[in-house]
Design a protein around this ligand. Sequence first.
Ligand code: SF4
Length: 249
Amino acid sequence: MAQLDIDVTKQEISGLPTEQVVKWAVAAFGRRVALACSFGAEDVVLVDMLARVTPRPRIFAIDTGRLNEETYEVMDRVRERYGVDIEAYFPDRQAVEKLERESGFYSFRKSLEARHECCGIRKVEPLGRALSDLDAWITGLRREQSVTRTNVEVVERDEAHGGIIKINPLIEWTGEQVWDYIKLHDVPYNALHDQGFPSIGCAPCTRAIQPGERPRAGRWWWENPEQKECGLHVGERKPGLAAWTALLT
Ligand code: SF4
């Protein structure tokens, strides 16, 4: 699969219904593809679609240690509803202990670099481990979510993670489509969505938004919108550099 021609594949799957894109991913990569699931609305849609095309979908989650209680609750509801295992990845214990002992428990509020350091330890490093045995990963990215996602394609090569394939089946979807799907199929979703949280990350870095604000306005709300990525989806990182260091480029 390393030889997959991205341009040809993009043309082949671009016009397909979303469920067919998910089906293609499973057929093409088998057990070597997994959904990166933070259990937001988009991700639970993809869990539901995956469960329709394979009895054993691979789903992994980064448990940063700072998630909301509601996120853990929906994780368990998804496990039970679909009978799936969630492959949980936790940050390196020693790195978290060092961060908290030296910089405190809210270091990420002090500067962009400090926030990147925390995301690097709690998200990016575990993600690297999760992707290390995969040929492809599936994400719930949507283009309209953020200015940082306008150039994302339905399928792309993820040079930041060794050139594996990144599949973004919902890239063209609107928020309305996501919620129509959830309601139609009675998909379990994070209770925070009903409390004004369209986008949900770690508890201390996510707030509810006001009417008229952009969907990701509640993520790292103290930062410039163009900097609002956690490092999981940064496209310009250089292979070989420590992942969080590359976030600063
Ligand atoms: Fe740390 Fe906040 Fe990033 Fe979570 S979102 S890893 S708490 S900086």
